[in-house]
Each structure stands twice: as structure tokens, then as C-alpha cells.
Design a protein around this ligand. Structure first.
Ligand code: ATP
Ligand code: MG
Length: 711
């Protein structure tokens, strides 16, 4: 194994004797690289079998990359190594131990959208007012309790609202149990509890996993940390790598304190610091260091690089969000002519809602792009319909799947009928499927409903029988056609229907591809595929196969790097987010998020903001983000008013963007601006495309604008 592509500190971490290691280091210093080399080292030099290794990554994609890297370094497959996210690994564990965990063998994973729907149904079934107990809040509450490993009866009663939320939590748990489904947090919680209570299993796994490794440790929450401790036991060695300055999931329960706890819980842990950054230019790194130095209580480290200073950071003050989008797109077009491919460029933003305007601008210029963290493939309605059929075939208890497909495609089963089934399920404490069978046996329904329902039952049973022994992708294909979904979406007119059909066909491909990859022994291919669909769609990051610009939130950019980064929407209220304004701790987390964003950039960084932005349906002025001010001015090149756009650029009617011809303005002339209203020209500078006009408006005082905004 070649170690000379590592610096001395990295080498120290990689070749350290078995024991505990804490690699605490800044962005781009090679933490993830160290982890990969460490795994290879353990296998090759410490003769640890891959079977005895457990590695936790932030995304499934990162896990796959790591596995591939290790395999190519060692030239041997490492299939038996457990590597994945906390959720993925817990799932694997529960598939092997469903019985001990009290789960049905065919248990299915509930994604957060399914979870939301189920909670809403529970709230309705309890006859509670949705206004008073919004399902979203209940969902938040339930997940937060689970993340602290608290069952309904362990939650402290504070007041009536809390009491009711606890009842919702309880009823939701029962509904999950009945349906044989398990939500994301439960994957971890059930794993943790089973290990805690079952001595034999715990011993077995503690003997098995002699080496544990965790990337992005700063974002583990209480439950994840306890999970790790149980797997690690007393005698195994564990290496964690992380950066306290990149902890950005505090709002979801992550605890930076876990880093300090680690040193106490795993005595003798060797602390290794990496300070050389290999990712970014000197300028970008200085900006990042200056920014993060504004935070208090850091564990403290300073990053340096041997790289050149590089170019200045570009900041751009856009007039509004459309202007901002066009600035970005114009720069992308320029850079594309030079040394950068589209996939080298990423546009990062604080909130998902920001992507729409940017997407429209990219579309106008026909620039391919990919949005991560939006509606992902497996989250699409038609895909979820198809998956629901597969799920109910695998497990008739799956109530959420039942609800989804009982009348999709429409088969004349109305709300009243479904309500009757729900009622029966509730009274008899049965899954919906069995409630339906009971009612059919009792001849409960009208003749029409009866035959529609009987057909549904026969359809599912027939699908189940016919697909036995089929290859996974054949199974999927069979279900798509026999369910009537293909026919159903074929009838949907226009582009949308076509896209849905294409998506459904893609599912057959996905299944085909999947079945050729490794399916862990513990699972049937269908179970593994369904779990993959649920967990993959949870991932905020996915693979980009084609050459396209990458769009994603700052949160999902964690761990990644791009030669060119655009950080859009650097304005007060948006970033830092208005909800964090009055909370110093939350503000520091916003700053860490900005630090994550800045440190994704390798060569070029653009930070843009809009003076005027439509947010939450209202137009509002915002000051540039404080984070911009915290970057030393000498590192920044401020660009103003280069692109020109009028505010409205409907995509369909404007095939290509062309700057409007400029008018001429005189000092003293009365002008009109569509947002600021009436004003008087005070000064004119430049001409043609570069013409700037200083105007005094009655409403907002003096502004410098480009001429095209005025009439
Ligand atoms: P982050 O905190 O963002 O997760 P990280 O600390 O995990 O970053 P890596 O992603 O492992 O950092 O490394 C950053 C970049 O630097 C990668 O492109 C990696 O290949 C490169 N790199 C790391 N160490 C070295 C080295 N010793 N020599 C050359 N390149 C290196
Ligand atoms: Mg990393």
C-alpha cells in the first residue's frame, strides 16, 4: 500500500496501532481520505478481515465510493465489510434479526412523506383538530422523542398539548406495528434497543466488529452516538473523524458535545489534528478561516495550504433574484468556454425554494443541471405508486401502501368505502387489508363496491403468485403493467404523462441494475430493493453521471468539493436565516453552514446576493449577509451591475434572454421604476450596456440603478 500520497499527520492516523483515534481537522484536510486509507491499512497490515469492520458514512453514495476505493487499493472485494449510513446499517441489522426485534419478516421502511400521511390519519382517527395539532408538528415531536430514545410513556407530561402529542405518538407507534412498517428513526432505535436488551446478540456483534470508523462525526445525535457505543463495546478500536466547525445539524439533534464525550467514553483516544488543506486556494481558505474565527467556543485549529493564493472571491450585488440568477448563468457560460466542465460547478443555497428562479435561468440558456434534495426520483408520485404495489405484495400489513393504491388507478372505490375499511381496521385492530377481507366476507358492501374490492384483492393475490421466482426487474415490470399503472398514466395527457411513463420504465432499469449489484445475504432482492428506494431517496446526494451543473442546499453539500462554487442568496434573513436571528447558538450554526459552503470551493468562489427578493410571497429588501462582511475586503472583488434583466422572464414565452436596449437619461429627468415608483435622475455614469443612473425616489431615497430598470 502506498502511503506517500499522505502527509505525516495523515500517515500517523492511518498507521496508528489498534486503539481509539480521534481525527479532528478542518475542511478539506483529508479526513475522508484518511478514513479510506485506514480501512485499507487495517485489512492489509493488521490483517483484519473486512468482515470485522464497520464504517459509518454520511450518505449511501459516500459509502459506495469508499467501498470502491478500498477495493481498488487492495484489489480484493470487501463485500463482507459493513459500510453505510446509520440508517442503512441499522436496516441491514434488522433484516437479519427481524424476529428478535419483533418485526414481521417483510417489514417495510416508511419514508418521511409516508410517515407524515400516517400521522395525519392517526390524528384524524383520534378525532383531533388538524389545526390545533398539525401533523407536521406531531411528526417533528415524535422524531425528536425517538432520537432521544424516549418511548411514549417516557415522555414527560407538561401540559394538555404535550399529553395529546404523546397520545398521537402512542397511536402512531401502534399503527406502525400493525402495518409492519418502520420509520427512519425507528431503524436506529430498534437496533439500539435490541442490542441493549439482547446479551447474546450484543456479544456477537461486539466480537465481530473489531474496528469501527465514523466519518462526519460532528453531526451524530444522541441516539446515533449510543448506537455506536453499543456496537463498539469495550474492546474494539474506533476511529472517528470530524470537524466541530462543520457541525450543521444541531437543529436536528446533532450534538457537537459528542466529540468531547468521545474522549471520555473511549479512554486513551489518540487525538490527531490535520491542518493542511488540499482543496482550496489560499484566498478561499483565508476567507473561510476569517469567517469561522467569529464563532466562540471552537475546539480551535488553523488551516493552511501550499496552494497558490488564486483568484479573489467574487461578490455580486444583484438587483433582485432574477438578476442574481442571470449573473450566475452568465458566469457559468463563460467558465464553460474555458477549463471547466458543467459538472465542476455547483450552485449552493440556504433554502430549497431558491432553486426555482435559478433553474428557470439555466433552462432559458439550455444549460443541463441537476437539483439534489428536491423531489427525488423515488419520491415521485408514480414511482411511489409502483413501489406501494411491490410493498403490499411483500407485506399485506402495509397500511400506508394499501391507502396509496386502493384506488390508484381509479377502480371505483370511493372515500366512503375506504372509511368503512378504516373503521373496521380500527375496531378490530387489524391491518386494512385484513379489515377489507373481513368486510368482504360479511358481505358488507353494496354490489358495485363489493365487486371492485374483490377485484382488487384478487389482483394483488394474483400478482403475488405470478411473480414468485421472477427476476427482480421482471417482477417490477409485471407489476407496472398488471396493476394498470402504465395504462393509467398513458391516459394522462401531454408532457407530464409522458414523463411519468418514462419514470416508470426507468424503475425497471433501476431494478435491473440493482439486482446485479450486491444484495446482502440477509435480504430478498425485493426487500433489498424496496429498502434501497426508501433510503436512497432519503439521501440528499446522488450520483451525477452526465455533465450538468449541480444545484443543492448547503446542508447537502457536506463532504463534497467542486472547482467552482456559487453561493447564492447571501443576504440577511435568508442567510443567516431569519429564524436564527435572535439565537446566538443558531447564528453560529448558520456561520458554520457558510463555512461549509465556502470550503466546498477549490478554485473559484462566487457569493451573490439580491437587494430585493421575493420571499414568502412578499418582496423585501435585505442587507448583504453579515458573513460577507466577515470576509476580509482584500480577498473580495465586488462586482456590481453587469448583467441586466427586467424582472419578469417567463420561460415559455422568452426563448432566449437578450439585454434590453438602453434609453438615454438626463440629470433632472423624471423617471419611473416598477418597484420604487417615481424618481428624479441625479447622475448618469457610463453609457450603452454599462450605463448606471443615480435616482432619488420618493419612496426609498437615493439608489444607483442600471438604466434598463427605468422607464
Ligand atoms: P471535508 O471536511 O469537507 O469532509 P475532508 O477533510 O474529508 O473534507 P477530503 O475530502 O478527504 O477532506 O480531502 C480533500 C481533498 O484533498 C480531496 O480532493 C483529497 O483527495 C485531497 N487530499 C487529501 N489529502 C491529500 C494529500 N496528502 N495529498 C494530495 N491531496 C490530498
Ligand atoms: Mg470528508
Amino acid at each position: 500500500m502506498i502511503l506517500n500520497s499522505l502527509n505525516p499527520a495523515q500517515q500517523e492516523a492511518v498507521v496508528a496501532p489498534l486503539g481509539h483515534q480521534l481525527v479532528l481537522a478542518g475542511a478539506g484536510s483529508g479526513k475522508t481520505r484518511v478514513l479510506i486509507y485506514r480501512i485499507a491499512w487495517l485489512i492489509e497490515h493488521e490483517h483484519i478481515s473486512p468482515f470485522n469492520i464497520l464504517a459509518v458514512t454520511f450518505t449511501n453514495k459516500a459509502a459506495n465510493e469508499m467501498r470502491t476505493r478500498v477495493e481498488s487499493m487492495l484489489n480484493v472485494p470487501v463485500k463482507s465489510m459493513w459500510i453505510g449510513t446509520f440508517h442503512g446499517l441499522s436496516h441491514r441489522f434488522l433484516r437479519a434479526h427481524w424476529q428478535e426485534a419483533g418485526l414481521p419478516q417483510a417489514f417495510q421502511i416508511l419514508d418521511s412523506d409516508d410517515q407524515f400521511r400516517l400521522i395525519r390519519r392517526v390524528i384524524h382517527a383520534m378525532n383531533l383538530d388538524e389545526e390545533r395539532f398539525p401533523p407536521k408538528e406531531a411528526q417533528w415531536f415524535i422524531n425528536a422523542q425517538k432520537e432521544e430514545a424516549r418511548e411514549p410513556h417516557q415522555v414527560e407530561l407538561r401540559d394538555f398539548t404535550a399529553q395529546t402529542l404523546i397520545q398521537i405518538y402512542q397511536a402512531y407507534q401502534e399503527a406502525c406495528q400493525r402495518a409492519g412498517v418502520i420509520d427512519f428513526t425507528d431503524l436506529l432505535l430498534k437496533t439500539y434497543k435490541l442490542l441493549l436488551s439482547n446479551d447474546t446478540l450484543r456479544q456477537h456483534y461486539q466480537e465481530r466488529f473489531r474496528c469501527l470508523l465514523v466519518d462526519e462525526f460532528q453531526d451524530t445525535n444522541t441516539l446515533q452516538y449510543s448506537w455506536l457505543k453499543l456496537f463498539a463495546g469495550e474492546n474494539n478500536s474506533i476511529m472517528i473523524v470530524g470537524d466541530d466547525d462543520q457541525s450543521i445539524y444541531g437543529w436536528r439533534g446533532a450534538r457537537i458535545e459528542n466529540i468531547q464525550r468521545f474522549s471520555k467514553d473511549f479512554p486513551g483516544a489518540n487525538i490527531i489534528r490535520l491542518e493542511q488543506n488540499y482543496r482550496s486556494t489560499g484566498t478561499i481558505l483565508k476567507a473561510a478561516n476569517a469567517l469561522i474565527s467569529q464563532n466562540s467556543g471552537r475546539l480551535g485549529k488553523n488551516l493552511w495550504t501550499e496552494d497558490q493564493e488564486g483568484e479573489l472571491i467574487t461578490s455580486y450585488a444583484a438587483f433582485n433574484e432574477t438578476d442574481e440568477a442571470f449573473f450566475i448563468v452568465n458566469r457559468i457560460r463563460d467558465l464553460r468556454q474555458g477549463e471547466f466542465a458543467l459538472r465542476d460547478m455547483a450552485i449552493l443555497y440556504r433554502s430549497n425554494a431558491q432553486s426555482r428562479v435559478i433553474e428557470e435561468a439555466l433552462m432559458q440558456f439550455g444549460i443541463p443541471y441537476r437539483v439534489y434534495g428536491g423531489l427525488r426520483y423515488f419520491d415521485r408520485a408514480e414511482i411511489k405508486d409502483a413501489l406501494a404495489y411491490l410493498r403490499i405484495i411483500a407485506n399485506r400489513h402495509d397500511d400506508p401502501a394499501f391507502e396509496r393504491i386502493i384506488n390508484t388507478p381509479t377502480r371505483g372505490i370511493g372515500d366512503k368505502t375506504v372509511n368503512a375499511i378504516r373503521e373496521q381496521a380500527k375496531t378490530a385492530n387489524q391491518p386494512l387489508w385484513y379489515a377489507l377481507i373481513t368486510l368482504l366476507e360479511k358481505k358488507f358492501f353494496s354490489a358495485r363496491a363489493d365487486s371492485a374490492l374483490a377485484n382488487f384483492v384478487n389482483l394483488i393475490n394474483a400478482m403475488d403468485e405470478k411473480t414468485v421466482g421472477m427476476d427482480l426487474h421482471k417482477q417490477v415490470e409485471y407489476v407496472l403493467y398488471s396493476s394498470g399503472l402504465i395504462e393509467h398514466y398513458r391516459k394522462e395527457k401531454g408532457e407530464k404523462g409522458l414523463t411519468r411513463l418514462e419514470n416508470l420504465e426507468e424503475l425497471v432499469n433501476a431494478a435491473h441494475q440493482f439486482s446485479q449489484e450486491a444484495v446482502p445475504d440477509e435480504m430478498s432482492p425485493l426487500a433489498a430493493f424496496l429498502a434501497y428506494a426508501a433510503l436512497e431517496s432519503k439521501d440528499d446526494q446522488a450520483e451525477a453521471y452526465d455533465d450538468s451543473v449541480q444545484l443543492m442546499t448547503l446542508h447537502s453539500a457536506k463532504g463534497l468539493e467542486f472547482p467552482v462554487v456559487f453561493l447564492a442568496g447571501c443576504e440577511e434573513e435568508l442567510f443567516p436565516h431569519y429564524l436564527s436571528m435572535n439565537d446566538p447558538k443558531a447564528m453560529e450554526e448558520e456561520r458554520r453552514l457558510c463555512y461549509v459552503g465556502v470550503t466546498r470551493a477549490m478554485k473559484k468562489l462566487f457569493m451573490t446576493y439580491a437587494e430585493l427578493r421575493r420571499m414568502h410571497g412578499k418582496e423585501a429588501y435585505h442587507r448583504p449577509s453579515r458573513f460577507l462582511r466577515e470576509i476580509p475586503v482584500e480577498l473580495v472583488d465586488e462586482v456590481r451591475f453587469r448583467t441586466k434583466v427586467s424582472r419578469v422572464q417567463p420561460v415559455a414565452s422568452t426563448p432566449a434572454y437578450k439585454p434590453q436596449a438602453q434609453g438615454r437619461f438626463r440629470i433632472g429627468q423624471d423617471v419611473h421604476h416598477r418597484v420604487f415608483g417615481e424618481g428624479t435622475v441625479l447622475d448618469v455614469e457610463g453609457d450603452g450596456d454599462e450605463m448606471k443612473v443615480k435616482v432619488r425616489f420618493g419612496s426609498v431615497g437615493t439608489k444607483v440603478l442600471i438604466a434598463s430598470y427605468l422607464t
